[in-house]
Design a binder for this molecule. Structure first.
Ligand SMILES: NC(=O)c1ccc[n+]([C@@H]2O[C@H](COP(=O)([O-])OP(=O)(O)OC[C@H]3O[C@@H](n4cnc5c(N)ncnc54)[C@H](OP(=O)(O)O)[C@@H]3O)[C@@H](O)[C@H]2O)c1
Length: 440
């Protein structure tokens, strides 16, 4: 039998620990599938003395992850430290420069430096595998890179952050506020103490930029992603969406348009009967649209040690078998600079909730401003009471009344201009809520 694949494991936290366990438990299965064993031989982390839930003495300790990367005793580096900077970056670059393949779960590193790392991996003829970096246990990277390598993608969208999906699901099901659901998510370990990166959409944006690159063959451009988070969503929006036949999800969406690639992350209304709308709680999902292919949706766990380790080990299994694929599905030299489709030109339906002042002429003013921008309405609902996020209006003249409108397809620019005009006219109070609608 061939020699075992010797793994240097940098990072022994949630993912690293789960990788140790899965490689131990799955040893015989992996031998049967790959024709050789996959063994951790050396480990590295920040603190040697930290209590681990495996016996670290079984492995050689290397204090510096970069020294581990160049250690002649390892065949492959697994980087599960995290972060776009050092030591993760230096360790990965060092391994590639030494001609060693790398498996990483690090979306921040890939979003920022993926292009350069792909070039290095190719130059040295080694694999750079990162299945775990996007949507944890869902094999979306391999699906894009290999399974659907012949497809011409038109759109890819998904729920890529379990924390946000958990919060929105709880808000809808239990009619709780964003703040209450966030607290619960933190208590259950689904959200960080500082949740900004997740709830403001930046985590989703990093993952989306990687998926867009794989789908469209463009160089990763995290700064070209339009980003809006979920903190302004209210139970009233979720209830109104439900009545209108929609659910609200934080989606990352990348679309091929005539103007270039549109990449956006924002709360999105999706038809209640769509596959993506069924995905509740911390689960992730990705839908792929390609020319001549019915949509494909993959659903599964987006995070957690076991799910993420499953992706890391699958990447290791490919390396054990000698499979080397260009990291982004095509040679790095053939990846093109992204042509960014401007967000103002985004076209689609919109949900608009505003608090209209209850006095003569308000409805006519709003209608005029929408008409000036050629926005037509599919439906309009005026509510007295329940859907208001503030105190229920008494119906006295001058008080604010929630008005919910669904537009037919229009442009982002038109919606922004119409709402700016309506605010200038002082016929609404507060900021209108705007949620984009994504059709199946
Ligand atoms: N957790 C998930 O569900 C999940 C899912 C998908 C992808 N990922 C990605 O997987 C990676 C790891 O995530 P994780 O949740 O396992 O993180 P974690 O639990 O915080 O573990 C991080 C590990 O890196 C080590 N480390 C941190 N700074 C270091 C330094 N300066 N030098 C050496 N070692 C250092 C830590 O050492 P000590 O143990 O000594 O502190 C720890 O073992 C990240 O890129 C993350 O985005 C995680």
């Amino acid at each position: 039998m061939a020699e075992p694949l010797k793994v240097g494991l940098a990072g022994l936290g949630t993912v690293g620990t789960a990788v140790v366990h899965l490689l131990e438990q799955g040893r015989d299965r992996l031998v049967a599938r790959c024709g050789r064993a996959i063994e951790v031989v050396a480990i590295s982390a920040r603190s040697r003395g930290k209590k681990r839930d495996f016996d670290p003495k079984k492995f050689r300790w290397v204090a510096d992850p970069t020294a581990l990367a160049r250690d002649p005793g390892i065949d492959v580096l697994v980087e599960v430290i995290g972060g776009a900077g050092n030591p993760a970056r230096q360790a990965v670059e060092t391994a590639l420069a030494c001609g060693k393949p790398v498996v990483t779960a690090n979306k921040a590193l890939l979003a920022r430096h993926g292009q350069k790392l792909a070039v290095m991996a190719e130059r040295h003829g080694v694999a750079l595998n990162f299945e775990a970096a996007v949507a944890g246990g869902i094999p979306i990277v391999k699906t894009l890179r290999e399974g659907l390598n012949g497809a011409s993608f038109t759109r890819i969208y998904g729920i890529l952050n379990g924390t946000c999906n958990y919060i929105l699901s709880r808000m809808e099901q239990d009619r709780l506020s964003f703040a209450d659901c966030l607290r619960d998510a933190q208590r259950l370990g689904y959200a960080e103490a500082d949740p900004t990166f997740d709830v403001e959409g930046h985590d989703t944006a990093q993952k989306l930029s990687i998926l867009a690159s794989l789908a469209f063959g463009t160089r990763i451009a995290p700064d070209a992603v339009y980003v809006e988070g979920i903190s302004s969503i209210t139970p009233a929006d979720l209830a109104a969406a439900g009545e209108l036949g929609y659910r609200i999800k934080l989606l990352g969406v990348a679309v091929r348009t005539a103007e270039g690639i549109e990449q956006r992350v924002h709360p999105t209304m999706v038809p209640k009967d769509s596959a993506i709308a069924q995905v509740m709680g911390v689960t992730n999902a990705v839908t792929l649209d390609a020319d001549g292919l019915a949509p494909i949706t993959l659903v599964g766990p987006g995070a957690g040690g076991a799910a993420t380790a499953s992706a890391v080990v699958a990447d290791l299994a490919d390396i054990a078998r000698g499979i080397v694929t260009p990291p982004f599905g095509r040679p790095a030299a053939r990846m093109t600079a992204i042509r960014k489709a401007p967000m103002q030109h985004h076209e689609g339906g919109y949900y608009i909730r505003l608090l209209a002042r209850d006095r003569p002429g308000t409805a006519a003013t709003i209608a005029r401003r929408l008409a000036q921008q050629k926005i037509s309405l599919e439906s309009i609902v005026q509510r007295h009471g329940t859907a208001s996020p503030g105190p229920a209006p008494s119906g006295r003249s001058g008080e604010a009344v929630p008005v919910i409108m669904i537009t037919y397809a229009t442009s982002e620019d038109a919606v922004r201009k119409a709402l700016a005009a309506v605010r200038r006219d002082r016929v609404v109070s507060g900021r209108p809520q705007v949620i984009r609608i994504e059709k199946n």
